[in-house]
Design a protein around this ligand. Sequence first.
Ligand code: CO8
Length: 261
Amino acid sequence: VDKREYLMVERRGANDCVAVITLNRPKALNALCDPLMEELARTLDEVESDDKVAAIVITGSEKAFAAGADIKQMQDLKFTKCYSGNFLSGWDRVSRCKRPVIAAVNGYALGGGCELAMMADIIIAGENAKFGQPEINLGTIPGAGGTQRLPRAIGKSRAMQLCLTGDLIDAKQACDWGLVSSVHPPEKLLDEAVSIGEKIATKSKLIVQMCKEAINKSYDASLTEGLHLEKRLFHSTFATNDRKEGMDAFVEKRKPNFTDS
Ligand code: CO8
């Protein structure tokens, strides 16, 4: 395990194909301060440039995935500095990963923590997880996608209710509402995330990247635009060796041997 200032990095799964990044700022329940987010961004640059890595897991502790942006860091911040310094502009690095990102959420995922989880491609939760956008209690609003990604995930009425009341929901509710894809005993959560990553690692990285790009487009494009991109990416798969290999292997009743090309 490579221990850094605010996080730990390790390789898990067959052939070290899954990079696990564990947020590690226990004294502040993994509150997201600028140096932590900068370290996360640098770490993502690093793991993404490693060809062995097919998927990335981001997790926290059993008590907290992340309890939000660092309130102490924001306490005395003024509008002028926020605006002119473009506060939080680099926080969306996770949403720009080319490899699939799985957020494994135990404990609190609040405010910026919930937003960080929503930047991942897949969220799975421990039974003890709690999600919410409590910014309203602090006299502010979500600033890293909560007002945009949450309604897309769970619908307008539920997102409004969470953001306007600041109420938290538990893992079961989050799963029923479609924010997370599955719920697990807390101690088994990381293994489950790694095994999803391992399964993805058996596919072609190139085609996985295209599929992820197409699905993410559904988040912010019109249906016509999204369908157009999907069709173009689908067509593009026919320019790859892996598409030919996948179909050959099916017809020859054998396992495909993808080369990410
Ligand atoms: N920021 C800074 N410190 C925090 C934060 C936080 N968000 N959350 C917890 N801490 C600190 C506490 O101050 C405490 O430190 P200390 O021991 O020095 O007093 C320590 O972590 C432990 O916390 P608690 O004693 O409060 O632990 P409890 O188990 O009693 O309570 C809670 C846990 C319920 C999670 C509680 O800590 C809490 O309510 N935290 C704040 C949750 C919150 O409001 N989050 C939203 C923050 S605002 C935000 O995220 C804005 C997003 C804007 C964009 C962000 C871009 C990503």
